[in-house]
Design a protein around this ligand. Structure first.
Ligand code: COA
Length: 184
């Protein structure tokens, strides 16, 4: 009789605000080839990353203030990636999200769970109305994550950024409060 395939326990995913002490971890993840494969990550030293995190005030988001926020994604208690949020207009409730997982955490369904949790918090507890995401047209895993979470692909951003010396088209995705909340 064939041996039964062991059942894999579902991964427990959680988020917490990123702290200045996370800078070395972020620097390490940013240097991984798979993390930068589809997105141009600006050169940033540990000191730059630490200073950026030290400027952030995570609680301000709930008061409709601040323009840059970052969270650490944890899987079964271990830090495995990040989500950033750049608020482009509080007046109009607009923000843009970005994310990445360390190589060993990719392909396990973690990012969709993390985004679901964050979107619930953002749409229930902040005045944000529309959250955008952009991704390279070759980044199929990221597109699938956005589809699963309920983003709509709204268009193509031609020749949007330079990656490895090549200009790359991106897709623009967005999710509205009105898309997300009725499904919960
Ligand atoms: C892209 C990324 C966020 C995806 O998150 P993830 O948790 O690893 O996502 P998963 O691989 O578990 O799942 C994504 C879905 O895409 C699918 N997928 C993965 N690679 C694929 C490919 N090459 N072609 C088609 N579908 C693919 C998976 O099958 C899965 O679909 P399913 O849930 O229907 O089975 C993550 O891999 C990552 O951080 N990559 C490096 C950084 C990055 O690209 N960030 C995003 C920049 S926009």
């Amino acid at each position: 009789m064939a041996a039964a395939t062991p059942l894999r326990r579902p991964t427990r995913v959680a988020l917490r605000p990123a702290l200045p002490g996370d800078a070395p971890l972020l620097a390490r993840w940013r240097a991984e080839p798979s993390v930068g494969r589809y997105q141009p990550l600006q050169d940033a030293s540990v000191a730059d990353l630490r200073a950026d995190l030290a400027r952030q005030r995570p609680e301000e988001i709930f008061r409709g203030r601040g323009d840059r926020f970052q969270w650490i994604v944890a899987a079964d208690g271990e830090p495995v990636g990040w989500i950033t949020l750049a608020v482009t207009s509080w007046e109009h409730g607009l923000a843009e999200i970005g994310y990445a997982l360390t190589t060993s955490a990719q392909g396990r369904g973690i990012q969709a769970q993390a985004l679901e949790q964050l979107l619930a918090e953002l749409f229930l507890e902040t005045p944000l109305e529309r959250i955008e995401a952009r991704c390279a047209i070759d980044n199929l895993a990221s597109q699938r994550v956005l589809d699963k979470v309920g983003f709509t692909r709204e268009g193509t951003l031609r020749s949007y950024f330079l990656l490895g010396g090549r200009r790359v088209d991106n897709y623009l995705y967005a999710i509205l409060r009105a898309d997300f909340l009725p499904r919960r």
